[in-house]
Design a protein around this ligand. Structure first.
Ligand code: ADP
Ligand code: MG
Length: 335
């Protein structure tokens, strides 16, 4: 087994090219970089705990590493910024082999490279029996242009990117024994794409979410949204976060919600982990929203409802109006 020092040296050779404003990355007591003067820094962190956030029985290690970074990048996208750097804290269980640990980091670094993000430091520890991964991402946006949760206004249209419910369906399939690699061989052997949409797409949605970096940064640069959040807990809860922080209510239409093929409305509303962007657009910016839609033509952008005055949240289904309860994920409740 590698020593801690050998692991850090191994990491260091793979941390990628340093951008011009990075003065020192891995190797010193702290990293140094110099941010541009017309920018604000965005900093976010997430903690992933084995057995709580992921299960190594059905998560390929490289995809786990990829997802651990992806969910943090999604938070920067949801602020309307772009990510630049990240720090990695990892506590490795004594039973974990070098190659498994390295596969996790390799999956993470391949996403970092794809998105031009540089690993600039972190900390490494042993753990008694569980793997812990905590990532901190540093991003930036133009001064004053970060998009918060707290600034939605009555009359704004509620928009969502992509489709919802896929990650929840994917998790259900994984728990029922479906595996991505089985799907791959099934497709290769039979040439059939029969289950592609209903099984491979949701498995991928759960195991390999794609953060909406370009979309988030573009919405930010154009100040197109009044408020924005990424859907990690679930649409019902994350819309609830925007409403509570903004002191507004909402009405959404069940029929308008883009549900992933094979998923249920319940999974789309409360499933979580889709890492799509949920944002609100002022009525006078509708034509700009159209322009955005044309530019991001491969990404669905759907208007699902309207922000209202007051604090009530409603879902309208078959002309019946029901309270929209925040039924998404809550760590303390679900424990
Ligand atoms: P210190 O004792 O000052 O915490 P370490 O020996 O833990 O220093 O780390 C040495 C260098 O390696 C530091 O620059 C640190 O940021 C980096 N480093 C340690 N662990 C990781 C990690 N898991 N990912 C990235 N960089 C790491
Ligand atoms: Mg240390």
């Amino acid at each position: 087994m590698k020593t801690e020092f050998e692991f850090i040296q191994w990491l260091r050779t793979r941390a990628g090219n340093a951008p011009a404003n990075l003065i020192a990355g891995i190797g010193d007591d702290a990293a140094i970089f110099s941010p541009a003067s017309d920018r604000e820094l965005l900093v976010t962190t997430d903690l992933l705990v084995e057995g709580i956030h992921f299960n190594l029985e059905y998560t390929p290690p490289s995809l786990l590493g990829n997802k651990a970074l992806a969910v943090n990048l999604s938070d920067i996208a949801a602020m309307g910024g772009r990510p630049n750097y990240f720090l990695l804290n990892i506590a490795r269980p004594r039973t974990m082999a070098d190659n498994q640990l390295e596969a996790i980091v390799t999956g993470m670094l391949s996403l970092a490279e794809e998105r031009s993000i540089t690993l600039i430091g972190g900390d490494t520890s042993a753990s008694k029996d569980r793997l812990f991964i905590s990532i901190t991402v540093i991003g930036e946006c133009e001064r004053g242009k970060a998009i918060k949760r707290s600034t939605a206004k009555p009359g704004d249209k509620i928009c969502v990117s992509g489709s919802l419910g896929g990650a929840a369906l994917g998790l259900e399939l994984l728990k029922a024994g479906k595996r991505l690699k089985d799907m791959r061989s099934e497709i290769e052997n039979t040439g059939a794409l029969r289950n592609y949409l209903t099984e491979t797409v949701p498995l991928r949605a759960h195991l390999a979410p794609q953060p909406r970096l370009a979309l988030g940064a573009t919405i930010g640069a154009r100040a197109l949204a009044t408020a924005m959040i990424d859907i990690s807990d679930g649409l019902s809860s994350d819309l609830g976060h925007i409403c509570k922080e903004s002191g507004v209510g909402a009405e959404i239409y069940a029929q308008a919600i883009p549900v992933t093929v094979g998923a249920s409305l319940e999974q789309a509303l409360n499933g979580g982990e889709d890492y799509e962007l949920l944002f609100t657009v002022a009525p006078e910016r509708e034509s700009d929203l159209e322009v955005l839609r044309k530019e991001f033509s491969t990404t669905e952008i759907t208007v699902i409802g309207t922000i209202t005055a007051g604090s009530d949240r409603w879902i309208i289904k078959d002309e019946i109006k029901k309270p929209l309860l925040s039924r998404g994920f809550d760590h303390f409740e679900n424990f």
